[in-house]
Design a protein around this ligand. Structure first.
Ligand SMILES: Nc1ncnc2c1ncn2[C@@H]1O[C@H](COP(=O)(O)OP(=O)(O)OP(=O)(O)O)[C@@H](O)[C@H]1O
Ligand SMILES: [Mg+2]
Length: 364
């Protein structure tokens, strides 16, 4: 059977996978091209804001359906989702990003012992912020920096899983949390303090106060860089962070899809309004390299983030390929930087970390 016949067969199998709202995945408008390689089948599903959970069973059923056509191939299905941004920042003003001292209008203050705090953000969910946060932190560490990671995604903490942290709540002494440690990084997350499957339902002031505690009541020691993994969008947590702390800058993660870029622009606009310097844009899931043939497939289109960065006159930091190893190692709590630090995927992160460090030198 030729590859195009296999695509037709997979698509036919996806006709039996229902999607929320009716119809089948085969006819769903958010389904990307289906890529077939000798060892893998890959495609992406783009979903509406708030529908990520509902599409979980679709992803599982689609994996089964694809597997039934090609039992010997690996199946890589990614879901990206947009989450609705909340209202604009209170007191936000129009204008371009400026130097850090302009934040003083918001009475931000540094965190003891930490030289630079960098937020990793996106407008859209599932684009790889947490994956980039952890791998960038490890890449910066490999370049000689002392690095920590704060999981600011209070509603969906994923740092404990990505860093393979043990499940016990953080130890607190004299009002200070002792941070977790994973692969040499200091890390703090609310995840281990929640019951399994417990949803965080705080809004506004409660979330803001929890974030302040995680950030300021953790004994970080001396860090060159603290990476903050944000939830998607431009909601309470982002705004509260920009108001509480002196951020060195923000890194924006997007996929090349137009929809993700529209959302990325909204996230960038929020940082500009809050006078936080934009350190640059990363294009994640930029392209797919078939592990067996080395052929390259632009699954979401390609280069959109670079064009957007050029348009907005902010640095384009680099491209991260869509690769099964990145997901599999992440899920196992052993990020690719720890397993194959010299491999092509890890080097993509190291390249970005190097660019960020060049930026530090220029700013100092
Ligand atoms: N470059 C990549 N190649 C393969 N899989 C990836 C890549 N980047 C991220 N993923 C996978 O995509 C999924 C979403 O990634 P991640 O959790 O980092 O996104 P996020 O933007 O932090 O999501 P959320 O908005 O829910 O916080 C994960 O399963 C992750 O392993
Ligand atoms: Mg995340």
């Amino acid at each position: 059977m030729s590859d195009s016949e296999k695509v037709v067969a997979v698509r036919a199998a996806l006709k039996n996978v229902p999607v929320p709202g009716g119809g089948s995945l085969a006819d769903y408008s958010g389904l990307s091209d289906i890529i077939i390689t000798p060892s893998a089948i890959a495609f992406a599903i783009s979903v509406e804001p708030g529908m990520e959970g509902a599409f979980g069973p679709v992803q599982a059923a689609a994996t089964e359906a694809a597997k039934s056509c090609e039992p010997d191939k690996k199946i890589l299905i990614s879901i990206t989702s947009g989450r609705a941004p909340s209202s604009a920042a209170p007191g936000a003003q129009n204008g371009q990003g400026g130097p850090r001292n302009q934040q003083s209008a918001m009475q931000t203050s540094p965190v003891k012992g930490i030289k630079k705090i960098i937020a990793v953000a996106s407008g859209k969910g599932g684009v790889g912020k947490s994956t980039c946060s952890v791998n960038l932190a490890l890449a910066l560490q490999s370049l000689g920096m002392k690095v920590g990671v704060l999981d600011a995604d209070l509603y969906g903490p994923s740092i404990p899983k990505l860093l393979g942290l043990d499940g016990k709540p953080a130890f607190r002494n004299e009002k200070m949390f002792k941070p977790f440690e994973g692969h040499g990084l200091k890390a703090m997350s609310i995840g281990p303090m929640l019951e399994p499957d417990q949803a965080v339902v705080w809004r506004g002031p409660m979330a803001s106060s929890a974030l302040r505690q995680l950030l300021r009541e953790t004994d970080w020691g001396e860090l060159d860089i603290l990476i903050i993994d944000l939830p998607p969008g431009t909601g309470d947590i982002q705004i509260s962070l920009c108001q509480q702390v002196e951020l060195f800058g923000a890194v924006i993660v997007s996929t090349p899809q137009d929809l993700a870029l529209i959302d990325a622009k909204k996230a960038m606009d929020m940082f500009v309004r809050m006078k936080i310097p934009l350190l640059g844009l990363i294009e994640n899931m930029s392209y797919f390299i078939a592990p067996d043939t080395g052929n390259r497939y632009d699954i979401f289109g390609h280069g959109g983030a670079k064009d957007t960065a050029n348009q907005l006159k902010i640095p384009f930091l680099g491209e991260i390929p869509l690769h099964m190893k990145i997901r599999e190692f992440s899920d196992a709590g052993t990020p690719i930087l720890t397993i194959e630090p010299t491999g092509e995927q890890a080097q993509a992160f190291t390249h970005i970390a190097g660019k960020l460090m060049d930026g530090f030198e220029k700013s100092s």
